[in-house]
Each structure stands twice: as C-alpha cells, then as structure tokens.
Design a protein around this ligand. Structure first.
Ligand code: FES
Length: 353
C-alpha cells in the first residue's frame, strides 16, 4: 500500500479540546475517521500526532488523506473521484424550492442572513467626484467584513481610510490610479489591490473613464474621510497590485480560480480570488469562512436551504460562515466571479454533511 485510501472524499468538522493530543489517520483505513484506530498496522503509514492549541477550535480535518497540509483539509479532495459532487437543479426535491422574487431594498434575502444585493438598485451617496454605497456590513449581517462600492469619474475621489484594517480592492471597471498613502499605482479592470492597515487611498479615473472599485475591509468598519493624504506607505510591502494570469489558476473539480491578493503580498486575514463556474450546480456545502462574491459575467442561481434567487453580472452575494449553499451557473458560458474570504486563505476548502 503506497497511497492512502480515500476514507471519505470530504473533510470532517471537528471541535478540538485545547491541550489535548490527537492522532489523525493517515492511511485512510481507520473506522474512527478522521482519527487513528490502529488499522495502519502492517502498512508503511503512521498516524499524525498533533495537539490542539485552542479550546473549542473548529477545524476541518482531511478525510480523503490526500491533503498537502496534514492533518487539515487543503481542498485536495475536490480533485479526487467523488470530491466535487454536483446536484440536479431539476430533481423533485429542488423543484419544490421557491424562487425569491421580492426584494428588501436592493437585496433578495435567502436563508441565514445570506443575501444577494444589486448595486444598480442601491441608493448611492455622493462626495465630490465619488459615489459610494455599502454592500456588506454589520447592519446587513456581516461579522467579519465590510464591502463598499466606490465609483469615481471626472477627477479624483476624496482621500479615505478604513483605519487599522486590512483592505482589498477589486477594480470592477475602468482605468485609473489608486494612490496608497502617497504612492500611485496604475490599475485596470480585474486587478486586485492590497492596502495595509492605517494606510489611506484615493482613486483617480482616467479622462473619460468611470473607475468602479469594490473595497473589502476586515474587520468590520466604516470609511474615515481624511483632509489630506498621509505619508505612511508601508515600503516593507512595495508590491500592491495583482493582475489576472491564467498560468496561476488552480483547478477545483470542474471549476477553477486564481488567487489575487493573499498573504503573499501581506494580507493577513482576507484572501481574494477570481474564478470561473461552468454551467452546473455544485452539491450544497458550507465553508468555515465568511464570503462576499461579485458576479462578473453570466447568470445563475444562488440556493440555500429552502430558498433560491437569481443572480446576474453586477450582483454581489453575501454568504455567512457555515451557511449551507450552492451557486449554480445557468449561462452557456458559465459565470465568472471574484470573491473574498474572511478569515481564510484557501477558497477550495468546503465541507458538507
Ligand atoms: S478532505 Fe482531504 S483535502 Fe479535503
């Protein structure tokens, strides 16, 4: 036996007891998954011993035994047989799930604080050349992140800051400059940008362009308007803009994604990715992170326990931690999305019952 047995093609959600030592099954033969029961005896495999650091820590331990980060799931199960199950949207059970057509303001409400917000229906505030609105915040049910849409045309936005928070931008449309605490960066559509805690930013659209920028901050917070640009650019982290590069894609079953902003350029608790969903409905699953997804192209449907709602290019989906869900792409060309997960660094980790 040279490769482990796939005990189950998904991780096990475990609530660890602080200070306790555990033995994770590496061979896949144990009947007490994800832990060792001695069944590795006579094989070349040994269980992995580890001690839980924090009381009540919830972790996803690998059940497929192919993780590159044992004992934790790293998403490798999604590329194993049975690891990326799909669901039939036309099954009798799914046919009974009603389509949500009513709105609360700009939002369609799904189960458990999950919602879809259409910025085109949201009320925009104006400040000089800037228009803005909040898409995700504590008032709307978020625990970890704030998302704000900024649009600037005809000049420069006011200088603003999100205080001592990690901030990620996504350039949704247009060309221009993002100045971070005095240092300018040229940006264009689909770029991701990282801003360190306490730094400030200003957006400048190129003539004739509208620069449309999604701002994601963690932890929760609000815009602080500044009179002038501070001189506190963190030169320890000079790289700030990440562009789309098909060579950097990660396969995830029939889907793929590319990490844009993450810990490699300094973002500590939030991770941004851009991805593609072919026409399909993933089996309902959950994540341990909170997520905000911007639909860039295509159409589809967001499903939760007993509700579903249409989504289309321009919409933003807010997904609370642990919420059961399934995002279905219905367009022939699939859907392109950009997402931010928080707290987390790997969008391919999911679990299901
Ligand atoms: S269950 Fe093994 S990597 Fe996820």
């Amino acid at each position: 036996m040279t490769t482990p047995v796939v005990a189950r093609p998904k991780p096990c959600l475990v609530n660890l007891k602080g200070g306790r030592t555990y033995y994770w099954c590496a061979c896949g033969l144990s009947a007490k998954q994800p832990f060792c029961d001695g069944s590795h005896s006579g094989t070349t495999f040994q269980p992995l011993k580890f001690t839980a650091a924090a009381q009540g820590e919830e972790v996803l331990l690998c059940g497929c035994k192919h993780t590159r980060n044992p004992p934790f799931c790293d998403g490798a199960h999604t590329n194993l047989p049975g690891g990326s199950p799909v669901d039939d949207p036309a099954s009798p059970q799914n046919r009974d799930i009603p389509l949500v057509t009513e709105r609360s303001g700009a939002r369609a409400l799904l189960n458990g604080d999950c919602y879809i917000i259409s910025p085109r229906l949201a009320e925009m505030n104006t400040r000089g050349h800037l228009r803005y609105c909040y898409l995700v915040n504590a008032e709307l049910g978020s625990l970890y992140q704030t998302q704000i849409l900024l649009e600037v045309s005809g000049g420069a936005s006011p200088v603003l800051s999100l205080g001592k928070r990690d901030v990620i931008l996504f350039i949704g449309a247009g060309k221009g400059t993002v100045t971070i605490s005095g240092k300018p960066f040229s940006v264009q559509t689909t770029d991701g940008v990282y801003i360190r805690p306490s730094e400030a930013l200003q957006l400048i659209a190129e003539p004739g362009e509208t620069l449309r920028v999604f701002v994601l901050a963690c932890p929760l917070g609000e815009i602080e308007w500044l009179e002038q640009m501070p001189d506190n650019f963190d030169s320890q982290q000079p790289e700030r803009v990440v562009s789309v590069d098909p060579a950097q894609r990660t396969e995830m079953g029939p889907r793929y994604f590319q990490i844009l902003v993450d810990k490699r350029i300094g973002s500590r608790v939030i991770t941004q990715f851009i991805g593609h969903i072919p026409p399909s409905k993933a089996a309902p699953h959950r994540h341990l992170y909170e997520e905000a997804i911007i639909v860039l192209s295509g159409e589809g449907c967001m499903w939760t326990e007993d509700r579903k709602a249409p989504v289309a290019a321009g919409d933003v989906i807010f997904l609370p931690r642990k919420q059961l869900h399934s995002l279905e792409a219905t367009s022939a060309g699939g859907m392109d999305v950009v997402g931010v997960i928080c707290p987390g660094d790997n969008p391919s980790i999911n679990y299901y019952d």
